[in-house]
Design a protein around this ligand. Structure first.
Ligand code: UDP
Ligand code: MG
Length: 314
C-alpha cells in the first residue's frame, strides 16, 4: 500500500490565493511525488470573513483527495492547525500557510529528510524578510524563551514543517487548551532536522497575525512552557529584602555616627512604591497561571467544527 502525505492549510481570509495554492501544490509537489505517495489536502477554514469557504467547497468538489473543515468562528491559527492534525490520515503531515508564503517546492526537501528517518522536519528561514521590528522582537523573544524553558525551540522557524505520524499522535494526545504547537513538537522530542528555505512575500492580502494575536501566542509560549516567571517572585523578594537591609544599616549608622537630621522622605516613598510594584507584578504573574488553570479545567474544545466537507477519503 502506498503511504499518504497530508497537507494541512489553516485558512483565514485567504480566498484570493487558494486556487493558485492548490494548482502549485499539485504541479510542484504532489504530482512529482505521485509515484511514491498518495495525498490528502485539508483546508481548515478558521471563520474567514471573505469567501474562502466557498472556494474550499469548489476545490473539494473537484478533487476527492481534498477535505474541508469549516470552523464555527475564528479560533486562531494554532487551533485551526490542531483541527487539521486531529483528522489527518497520512503517515506524514505537512503544515503550511495558505497564503503561499511557504514555497510549495520546499515540501520535496521536507519529504526527503523524512525518508532519511527524521520525524520532525522544520523549514527554517535563511533570511527573514519581515520588518525590522518583527525581526528584533522575534529574536529577543526566542532567546528569552529558550533560556526560560526546558524545551529548545529552533530559531527562525514558523509552523511550516513536516511531522511524522508518531509525533501527530503525541500532539493529538496533548489536550491543552492554550496551544503553542512549536513548543509541543519540541516537547515531543524524536529525531528533528531543519531544511533551509527563503520565505516568499505574501501572494495576496495582509498578515492576519495582528499584534494582539502575536502577543497571545508569545504568552502561550512563555507561560505554557516555563515556570520561571513564578520563581521571579522569590528572587525579587530576596533582592528587595537585601536592599531594605542595606537601608536599615545606613539608618542605624547615620543615627549613631552623624548628627545630621535625615528626613528620609524620599527613601520611604521609593521603598513603598518599589514594593507595591513588585507585589502587583507578582500578582499579575500568578493571575496568568491561574487563568490558564481555569481555562484548562473547563476543558472547553479547542475548536468547533460547523461543517465537514468530504470527511471520508480513501
Ligand atoms: N490563520 C488562521 N487563523 C487566524 C490567523 C491566521 O488560520 O486567526 C492562518 C492564515 O490563514 C495563514 C496562517 O494562519 O494560513 C498564517 O497567517 P498569516 O499569513 O496571517 O501570518 P504570517 O505569515 O504573517 O505570520
Ligand atoms: Mg503568512
Amino acid at each position: 500500500m502506498t503511504k499518504t502525505i497530508t497537507y494541512i492549510f489553516p485558512v483565514y481570509n485567504n480566498a484570493p490565493s487558494l486556487q493558485l495554492l492548490y494548482d502549485e501544490m499539485r504541479s510542484k509537489v504532489i504530482d512529482k511525488l505521485a509515484k511514491k505517495y498518495s495525498y490528502e489536502i485539508i483546508f481548515v477554514n478558521d471563520g474567514s470573513k471573505d469567501n474562502s469557504a466557498e472556494v474550499i467547497r469548489q476545490l473539494v468538489a473537484k478533487d476527492k483527495h481534498v477535505r474541508g473543515f469549516l470552523l464555527s468562528r475564528n479560533f486562531g491559527h494554532q487551533a485551526a492547525v490542531s483541527a487539521g492534525l486531529d483528522r489527518a490520515k497520512g503517515e506524514a503531515v505537512i503544515i503550511m500557510d495558505a497564503d503561499l508564503q511557504d514555497p510549495p517546492k520546499v515540501c520535496l526537501d521536507l519529504v526527503k529528510k523524512w525518508e532519511e528517518g527524521f520525524e520532525v522536519v522544520y523549514a527554517q528561514r535563511r533570511v527573514r524578510k519581515d520588518s525590522f521590528f518583527k525581526r528584533l522582537t522575534a529574536n529577543v523573544y526566542y532567546r528569552l524563551l529558550t533560556s526560560l524553558s526546558s524545551v529548545d525551540i529552533p530559531r527562525n522557524t514558523g509552523d511550516f514543517r513536516l511531522i511524522d505520524r508518531k509525533v501527530v499522535e503525541v500532539v493529538k494526545n496533548m489536550k491543552e487548551y492554550h496551544r503553542f504547537l512549536r513548543g509541543m513538537y519540541s516537547f515531543a522530542g524524536f529525531k528533528q532536522a531543519p531544511v533551509l528555505f527563503d520565505r516568499h512575500a505574501r501572494h495576496a492580502g495582509k498578515s492576519e497575525y495582528t499584534l494582539k494575536k502575536l502577543l497571545r501566542l508569545a504568552k502561550d509560549g512563555v507561560f505554557g512552557f516555563s515556570d520561571a516567571p513564578l520563581k521571579l517572585a522569590t528572587r525579587l523578594g530576596f533582592s528587595a529584602a537585601f536592599i531594605a537591609l542595606l537601608g536599615a544599616i545606613y539608618a542605624i549608622a547615620s543615627k549613631l555616627f552623624f548628627t545630621v537630621n535625615v528626613p528620609g522622605w524620599a527613601m520611604i516613598m521609593v521603598a513603598v512604591f518599589f514594593m507595591g510594584g513588585v507585589q502587583l507584578i507578582m500578582l499579575g504573574i500568578m493571575g496568568e497561571y491561574i487563568a490558564r488553570i481555569h481555562d484548562e479545567v473547563r476543558e472547553r474544545p479547542v475548536y468547533i467544527i460547523d461543517e465537514e466537507l468530504n470527511p471520508a477519503v480513501d
